[in-house]
Design a protein around this ligand. Sequence first.
Ligand code: CP3
Length: 353
Amino acid sequence: MPELKNDRLLKALCRQPVDITPVWLMRQAGRYLPEYLETRAKARDFMTLCQTPQLACEVTLQPLERFNLDAAILFSDILTIPDAMGLGLEFRENEGPVFRKPVRTRQVIESLPVLSPEKDLTYVMDAVRLIRQELNGRVPLIGFSGSPWTLATYMIEGRSSKDFRHIKAIMFNEPQSLHHLLNLLAESVTGYLNAQIDAGVQAVQIFDTWGGVLAPDDYKHFSLQYMKQILTHLKREKEGRTVPVILFTKNGGQWLEAIAETGTDAVGIDWTTDLHHARQRIGNTTALQGNLDPCVLYASDKAVCQGVQNVLDSFGHGTGHVFNLGHGIHPHINPEKVRVFVDAVHDLSEQYH
Ligand code: CP3
């Protein structure tokens, strides 16, 4: 493998000194890029795009051709795991993901298979190998998975939800059934992320998009516990380097200490949490990633630069910060704003290092 030319991201995640603050965006490959829409049209639908390594590689690299990003993120989706378990995933226009066979009963939960990621999700590992080859050491490649809780919400609700009524009914009525599912998912996610690491990803992020809809005790028992279980079984080193882990619980700001105690290398912070306080609370042990409000990218260039400056100021001097949005970029953002954003992070951050 060629040597990594830009290792700022890996260094910042391990809280080692860097020259400027590294930056990438959640959902950096996606619908706000016209070239993404073109490739998706060529693939016909989103899942075919994910399942065709050449095309997944193409869209992974698209944002890097345009912007001075410090990382690539594998193009795929968190719902590949439940799809491989046989739930029948469809992405419908204007509806988002829908499972033809949602999971609602203990009997169904108990019949779900434990995945063999290299066999059941070969297309993901093939994409990783191809992307690493095409990146040729330019920047590191981030792999990812959904958290067990977040995957379970989609599997039980059958689609995106606002009230999470089905999964919460199971959680309160028969918690053991839900624990059974979460255990199975934790095992599958562990294998999935380790297979991605074997195939070549150099850092991993666990997206706990819906952990923040839980009450504090429920968060600890039904989401955090399973992420911790995954962390203790992940390969944390490869090619002589640490493979850092980022845990991102959206709306998880009140639980930062507990999240850091899992032993994660970095914690993703959304924009509702003060980065300065987050650093005071867990910055001695853990790197932080975030946390500009994605909607700042709808504003003027001047406001984008001011937003970047505010986040840099809030974190303060020194390493241990990876710049990102507080959540994924919206599809209606003008790509030119992303250029302003990425360049501002690099230009304005030098004085903090
Ligand atoms: O960040 C990247 O560029 C890598 C690719 C990536 C996608 N999904 C591609 C995608 C990643 C990391 C994800 C993660 C993901 N998928 C999450 C967790 C992250 C988060 O935003 O909190 C979730 C909850 C999903 C499930 C999912 N996938 C939903 C709810 C939807 C539909 C709504 C939406 O945001 O578009 C998707 C579809 C999806 N995943 C798209 C992309 C580029 C859009 C599909 C399209 O082209 O229409």
